[in-house]
Design a protein around this ligand. Structure first.
Ligand code: ACM
Ligand code: ZN
Length: 679
């Protein structure tokens, strides 16, 4: 009997990431008997691929030579036998799969390729409970498809990390960047420096927020209320092995010279002289810093076999170096002209050290400042500019720009989501990212290794919440990293992502439930038409002026018909930092009959964005004599979730000029307003 699908699709929308090339027939492979599983592999690889084959759910029995019928043959071949992808750059991880009446054959040039073929096979079989006859030739667009997991701000266990590795492997991701160290806690056992884990891995406030805005102190392991944790070397090795079984490389990150508050707390001898409190930069003047960091790295490379070691390099404040005698002496001896060059000196030295041990460094894009180390790879996070500059200079780059890849921002209407660092990054926006868009020079694009999602954990206390943030957005990164842009189609992707999410929920994961997505702020979806569209707005400069970072469309912004999204960083919300708040006059250019005037404000207390405490709205026919239409008092209440509120007037008046005045509350900070709507 030949099973068939209910209806025919030229290409079933089943495999994620979308494959490069696939053709399907109507008929299906007969599956009443177990398939004869043959793998060209021995030892470890045989074990890995056998378990991946078993995970497809197909009934299998092992055989010792390629099967001629009822086959599941996994065969290593020469590149010339790879057909359509024989010349593809991604051939090392590519695979060719044929499903015929005789069975399934997956060919690849590497074991990873066979593994990815099995992931596709698993997705097809699990969705359809059948295998349609067909052919797939598939290879990744990029060699680096990663996720950063931050286990410093809140510690995560080995078991948790392994669960994420499982989910990553299913969508053909291959790099897990572990953010092991940061101010909030050191998370990896280092035998030479035991206080890193007996002290710097623990604190008493559980939440990062209480800790960061409180004393920022550390606690002894086992002391009362000590909260935190770390991976033992043994656990870290188990994670590395578990990932390797799924063709995932774990890249450890050891932050330096910034983000090292916890190191300085445990080993204060690495502080600069005269170092101010609450400063997390290592002293680059002292040799002890190099002795310690190199000795830590010796232990790290012994645990993590990855080619890359991430050395951080981001957000050093560089302030203590200016005053420190040791740092100044170093700068003088080495002829360094600036603190940027001082940081660069350290990164160069660390690179040299790791290079002699057969490893490469990767660092955040700040390592460009003061001169990039000769062999360094750059992880571009502040945008894409750093990455483009590094690539143009012939350095490898991983793209992870904040606006698309920082999945610590909420993915849906903020009122429906747990407290977070703020912003709005829905799945569709992540999916829209292209690491090498058409306007990028080919010579630059050549150095872009791939793409990574970063999930920082300041506000993420529980494992469930962490998974909720990670999935499904990491799947969008997987697809950007793997699939050819010619297959980019958000509607089709979303359909597949919903299926994966539903499956994950069934298996006990806690992804964001994509099918119930609320979506962007409704007001932002279509322009609003009203009487003030395109009319001039005058501002009082500088006391009641918008900040340069949050100018949106400048003087046109409040009457351009464009309403803000869920985030103030969308170039639609205009941000007023001036002491006076908002005080603008709109000129309707003729006396007009008016029945309502209103404007929305947003509040998100974390970054200091508050509602106004009072709003006055005035009308005038001549621009001299104003009539007060309304004067609204508002009690500003500090809360955790972003909120939106309309302040307006309704009635009946004749006016040419409208003055809209919103006062800042005692919390000062920003006022953000998107449009003044006049009807
Ligand atoms: C970073 O987000 N500071 C790399
Ligand atoms: Zn110093």
């Amino acid at each position: 009997m030949v099973a068939t699908f209910g209806h025919s699709h030229a290409q079933p929308n089943t495999i994620t990431p979308a494959p490069l090339h696939s053709v399907w027939q109507e008929r299906c492979l007969e599956l009443s008997k177990p398939l004869n599983l043959y793998i060209t592999a021995t030892g470890e690889e045989l074990k890995r691929l056998s378990s991946a084959a078993k995970a497809t759910g197909l009934k299998l029995r092992g055989v010792s030579r390629p099967a001629r019928s009822n086959a599941l043959n996994l065969i290593i071949v020469e590149p010339t036998e790879m057909g359509l992808i024989a010349n593809s750059e991604g051939i090392a991880e590519g695979y060719v799969m044929d499903i015929t009446t005789k069975g399934v054959t997956i060919k690849a040039t590497t074991y990873a390729g066979l593994y990815y073929g099995l992931q596709s096979l698993r997705q097809i079989y699990q969705k359809h409970n059948a295998l349609r006859l067909g052919h797939i030739s598939d290879a990744p667009r990029f060699e680096y498809r990663g996720i950063l997991v931050d286990i410093s701000r809140h510690f995560r266990t080995k078991e948790f990390l392994m669960r994420q590795i499982d989910a990553m492997a299913e969508v053909k991701m291959n790099r897990l960047h572990l953010h092991l160290t940061d101010a909030a806690g050191w998370r990896i056992e280092i035998e030479g420096y035991p206080r890193l884990t007996s002290f710097a891995a623990w604190r008493t406030p559980h939440t990062w927020k209480e800790w960061w805005y409180g004393e920022r102190s550390y606690a002894d392991e086992g002391s009362e209320g000590a909260y935190g944790g770390y991976l033992t070397k043994e656990e870290a090795r188990e994670i590395v092995a578990y990932a390797a079984d799924r063709y995932i490389t774990v890249i450890p990150e050891i932050e330096m010279p910034g983000h090292s508050d916890e190191v300085l707390a445990a080993y204060p001898e690495l502080r600069c002289t005269q170092q101010p409190e609450r400063q997390g930069d290592l002293c680059i003047g002292k040799e002890a810093t190099f002795e310690m960091m190199q000795s830590i790295l010796d232990e790290i490379i012994e645990i993590f076999p990855s080619e890359y070691i991430h050395i951080g390099g981001d957000e050093a404040t560089k302030t203590s170096w200016v005053e420190c005698e040791d740092c100044q002496r170093r700068m003088c001896h080495e002829g360094l002209e600036s603190v940027d060059e001082l940081q660069s000196y350290m990164i160069h030295r660390i690179e040299e050290y790791l290079n002699t041990r057969g490893r490469q460094i990767i660092g955040w894009d700040e390592i460009l400042e003061g001169g990039l180390a000769p062999n360094a790879t750059v992880m571009s996070w502040r945008g894409e500019e750093g990455g483009r500059a590094a690539a143009a200079a012939g350095h490898n780059v991983v793209m992870s720009p904040h606006g698309y890849c920082y999945i610590d921002a909420p993915q849906d209407a903020p009122y429906s989501q747990p407290e977070s660092i703020g912003g709005y990054l829905p799945l569709e926006k992540v999916y829209s990212y292209d690491p090498t868009p058409e306007n990028m020079d080919e010579a630059v694009a050549e150095y872009i290794l791939g793409v990574q999602a970063n999930l920082w954990a300041e506000f993420i206390i529980t494992d469930d919440h962490y998974e909720h943030m990670l999935w499904p957005r990491a799947i969008a990164i997987a697809e950007i990293g793997w699939s050819d842009p010619k297959h980019k189609d958000y509607t089709l992707f979303r359909e597949r992502a919903i299926a994966i999410v539903d499956d994950m929920i069934e298996r006990g994961y806690s992804p964001f439930d994509l099918k119930n997505e609320i979506g962007n702020r409704p007001e932002s979806l279509t322009p609003v038409n009203h009487l003030a569209i395109g009319k001039p707005v005058s501002y009082l400069y500088p006391s009641h002026y918008y900040g340069p970072q949050y100018a949106a469309a400048g003087d046109k912004s409040l009457t351009d018909g464009l309403r803000g999204t869920w985030t103030y960083a969308d170039n639609r919300w205009q941000g007023f930092l001036g002491r006076g708040g908002v005080d603008v006059v709109i000129d309707l250019e003729e006396v007009t009959h008016i029945e309502s005037i209103e404007a929305d404000f947003m509040q998100i207390c974390g970054p200091g964005v508050f509602m106004p405490c009072r709003v006055e709205i005035w009308g005038s026919a001549d621009g001299q004599n104003y009539t007060l239409l309304t004067d609204i008092e508002h009690e500003v209440v500090v809360d955790e979730l972003p909120s939106f509120k309309t302040f307006g007037w309704r009635g009946s008046t004749e006016a040419r000029y409208i003055r809209y005045k919103a006062h800042r509350s005692k919390y000062s900070g920003f006022l953000f307003v998107d449009e003044i709507i006049v009807r």
